[in-house]
Ligand binder design. Structure first.
Ligand code: SAH
Length: 254
């Protein structure tokens, strides 16, 4: 019997964001691997084993799942959002590349999910309506200097920037430094959107400006979208504002 490994995106939170394909993949698995809070979102099914691991244990989780699949099991590794965005899909690929020949022959699939920046964008309008990029502010796997260089380049080039992993207990100052870098390139009035726990019952949204960004508390469950010079806010009487980036860009912002 040949095993199978699937890396499944659960979307940002609530079950209504789980795709049909993800649901089918989860139901077909003999074993589920993932970070505890993500596995908690998957309903229990008879005959399915669960293998919970910590947030920073992607590597050991990937190798354990691959080993299990290589023994002939149907294994699903779960990620929040999309598994290919700062998550388990790349971790699994890294371990396959470094692993034994038998792992190269494994049947492996990837099931996309709604990533946090798309879930947040949909809440407030169309901030990603024109060119954008996504950056992780975590310096666990790359040097901080590289993050600053990429922030500089992205802001100077006029991209809207989605910031993943803005803050954690172990990384308290990085977000403040990122804001300082962005202020070098962007006007204080540039719109910034904070979305915390988007798609969950405790969701909170904040539309502010680069000038006032320090006043909003960000944490590990927060995604931030930094507007470009083109990004606009439509104030609406009695309704929350719409934030959008028009489809036509007029100038080079460097
Ligand atoms: N694979 C995930 C991202 C993992 S990195 C995805 O595609 O969404 C973890 C970071 O994602 C968090 O620090 C936060 O910045 C962001 N994030 C994940 N889920 C979120 C949610 N529901 N609301 C806001 N941000 C979220």
């Amino acid at each position: 019997m040949s095993g199978h490994l699937t890396v499944v995106g659960l979307g940002p939170g609530d079950a209504r964001y789980l795709t049909q394909e993800a649901n089918v993949a989860l139901a077909a698995a003999d074993a589920l691997y993932g970070y505890g809070p993500y596995l908690d979102r998957v309903p229990a099914r008879a005959g399915q084993s669960r293998h919970t691991s910590g947030n920073r244990e992607e590597r050991t989780r990937a190798t354990a799942a691959l080993r299990h699949a290589a023994q002939g099991a149907r294994v699903a590794v779960v990620s929040g959002g999309d598994p290919g965005v700062f998550a388990m899909a790349a971790a699994v690929c890294e371990e396959i590349e470094a692993g034994p020949e038998s792992w190269h022959a494994l049947d492996v699939t990837f099931v996309p999910g709604i990533t946090a920046m798309l879930a947040l964008a949909a809440r407030i309008g169309a901030p990603l309506g024109h060119d954008f990029c996504a950056l992780s502010l975590s310096d666990n796997l790359k040097p901080w200097e590289l993050i600053e260089r990429r922030l500089d380049a992205a802001a100077a080039a006029g991209f809207v920037i989605a910031l993943y992993n803005p803050v954690s207990k172990a990384r308290p100052w990085q977000f403040g430094r990122a804001i300082e870098r962005l202020r070098v390139h962007l006007p204080g009035a540039a719109p910034i959107v904070f979305g915390r726990a988007v798609g969950r019952t405790d969701e909170s949204l904040n539309v502010t400006t680069l000038d006032a960004a320090d006043r909003i508390q960000a944490d590990m469950a927060t995604l931030i979208i930094v507007g470009s010079r083109e990004t606009r806010v439509i104030a609406r009487n009695g309704r929350s504002p719409l934030v959008y980036t028009p489809r036509a860009a007029s100038e080079i912002n460097a």
